[in-house]
Design a protein around this ligand. Structure first.
Ligand SMILES: Cc1cc2nc3c(=O)[nH]c(=O)nc-3n(C[C@H](O)[C@H](O)[C@H](O)COP(=O)(O)OP(=O)(O)OC[C@H]3O[C@@H](n4cnc5c(N)ncnc54)[C@H](O)[C@@H]3O)c2cc1C
Ligand code: SF4
Length: 495
């Protein structure tokens, strides 16, 4: 079926040979204003994309604003749900685009590129938003553990509602994986700094180098604050346990990226093998090229059409960007031994897999073991996942909070755990494990915390909406309070 007869405005890429020379040079050339207006004018306003966005941002609302060149309204519409507009304009996997009605015809509306334009062209959010901090009849204190996107989002929405927020962060800067994991060539550091500073400008305090469970016991938070929001992310590496894993030159991707993002220099040599196929694997591969590797191969156990995120436009884009930089892909591969020389990794042995349909969800990789393959390597980076470390929470409290067999928290519709007053969000609760899902958790949790505080008698009223900008409301979608039932009264745990 033909909807409109003009195509998506293409996004240009900076030259791949040039961009792999530095760790900072961006991949995508930003849209110009003319391009943004042309692209957003294609939007039909049907709103299907809203269902695709985990935070239910009013996507057509900001397309219509930008089609009219109204950048300030476009920013305000995003801010109803998202205080990280520039971050998401750069790295959101944009699931909304996959549900755009134009996807199969001339290409979905480039919502992420438009979002990037909006954020990058407004330097002072405060001046545009003119937030009216609400007085809810009380100023209780809430502790947030972790200054990643989930923790900072709660800090923002609570601070602008007059709640005192203290954020405890184990490292020396805000941003979580955005700053310690995602490389600067995909996400400029100025964007994270600008958005974190803006969030904290409404009175939230942040304590760096303060790991809960090490510098401050968890029980102290329970005593000192009216509610606690846990947003500690997934920081415990999952290793392959392949023979030879302890050799020098073998890293877990999270540790590797953390060290590079914090200024360390790592000599990766000429040949690098990455084990894995998700966000982290791509970043480790592309960083290795920028550190001087000549041949970087990604070894993934499944086939290309079974890779993480596929099918989606984001999965296509990350593959395209990596292929432009000449990353090599070796699908359906199972490494089984790392070989070494003088204590340093030298090579990698692997089998090829066949993909077997077991009738239960994704096809499973099964190694064909009658033939072994070998490649020379100087460095191996395992991007084989990470999980939560909840060892800072005393066992008796953890048991009451309830976790899934995979270790994530079980939370109710307001992201409250089984322990009244302790809320959780971000990578420790949601399945998608991306920034926008953490932000969505935190929007729900912010409303839940306000309801809980009202239930405790710490505030007198709960606002209809979390935001209060000059001239608002600025969105057709916002957190509705249909039943106004406090989360502490009737927890309804869901996985
Ligand atoms: C390499 C990589 C690339 C990615 N790329 C993308 C992408 O392009 N787009 C996307 O949307 N998502 C991406 N993701 C996923 C995304 O980064 C995460 O989903 C998101 O950061 C999760 O946010 P969070 O706030 O839950 O946790 P985190 O970002 O992990 O933040 C948790 C914070 O808590 C702190 N902390 C942990 N324990 C404690 C404690 N006990 N006391 C105090 N502080 C503590 C940590 O230091 C950290 O700052 C990527 C992930 C990785 C690893
Ligand atoms: S689905 Fe596409 S056309 Fe419809 S509102 Fe969203 S961006 Fe516009």
């Amino acid at each position: 079926m033909k909807y409109v007869d003009y195509k998506r405005v293409p996004i240009k890429h900076y030259n791949a040979d040039e961009r792999i020379k530095t760790l900072n040079m961006q991949t995508l050339v930003p849209y110009t204003l003319d391009e943004v207006v042309a692209e957003s004018s294609r939007c039909l306003g049907c709103g299907l994309c809203i269902q695709g966005c985990p935070a239910r941002i009013d996507v057509p609302g900001y397309q219509i604003a930008m089609a009219n060149g109204n950048i300030e309204d476009a920013l305000k519409i995003n801010f109803e749900k998202l205080p990280f507009v520039e971050v998401c304009g750069n790295v959101c996997p944009h699931p909304c685009e996959d549900s755009c009605v134009l996807e199969d015809n001339k290409g979905s509306i480039a919502t992420r590129h438009i979002k990037r334009y909006v954020a990058e062209n407004i330097s002072d959010y405060k001046d545009v938003l003119k937030v009216k901090v609400q007085d809810l009849g009380g100023h209780p204190s809430v502790a947030v553990v972790g200054a990643g996107p989930a923790g900072l989002t709660v800090a923002f929405y609570l601070s602008i509602n007059g709640i005192r927020v203290d954020v405890y962060e184990a490292t020396d800067k805000p941003g979580g994986v955005m700053v310690h994991g995602i490389p600067a060539f995909r996400l400029p550091r100025e964007a994270i700094k600008k958005e974190a500073e803006h969030i904290l400008s409404y009175g939230g305090r942040i304590f760096y180098n303060t790991k809960i469970g090490r510098e401050v016991p968890f029980e102290k938070l329970m005593n000192d604050y009216s509610a606690v929001y846990l947003a500690v992310g997934n920081w415990k590496p999952t290793r392959t346990k392949i023979e030879g894993e302890d050799l020098k030159g073998i890293y877990h991707a999270l540790d590797f990226l953390y060290r590079i993002n914090n200024g360390e220099k790592i000599d990766v040599g000429q040949n690098v093998a990455i084990i894995g196929g998700g966000f982290t694997a791509y970043d480790a591969a592309r960083v290795s090229l920028r550190l001087g590797a000549r041949r970087v191969a990604m070894l993934y156990r499944r086939s290309d059409v079974d890779r993480p995120g596929y099918p989606s436009s984001n999965a296509d884009e990350e593959l395209e960007e990596a292929e432009e930089e000449k990353v090599i892909f070796d699908w359906e591969t199972s490494p089984f031994e790392y070989t070494g020389e003088n204590g340093h990794v030298k090579g990698l042995k692997y089998w090829k897999n066949q993909m077997v349909d077991t009738g239960k969800g994704r096809r499973q990789p099964v190694p064909i073991k009658d033939r072994e393959y070998y490649i020379d390597v100087d460095t191996i980076i395992e991007a084989t996942g990470q999980r939560e470390d909840l060892s800072f929470i005393p066992q008796e409290i953890l048991e009451k909070m309830k976790t899934t067999p995979g270790g994530d928290f079980v939370v109710n519709q307001y992201n409250m755990t089984g322990y009244p007053g302790i809320f959780a969000g971000g990578d420790i609760t949601n399945k998608r494990k991306d920034i926008i899902s953490g932000v969505a958790d935190s929007g729900r949790a912010s409303m839940g915390i306000l309801l809980y505080l009202k239930e405790l008698g710490k505030i007198e009223r709960v606002p209809q909406r979390l935001t209060n900008y000059e001239g608002g409301p600025y969105s057709i979608t916002y957190y509705e309070m249909e039943d106004k039932e406090a989360p502490g009264v009737s927890p309804n745990p869901t996985e």
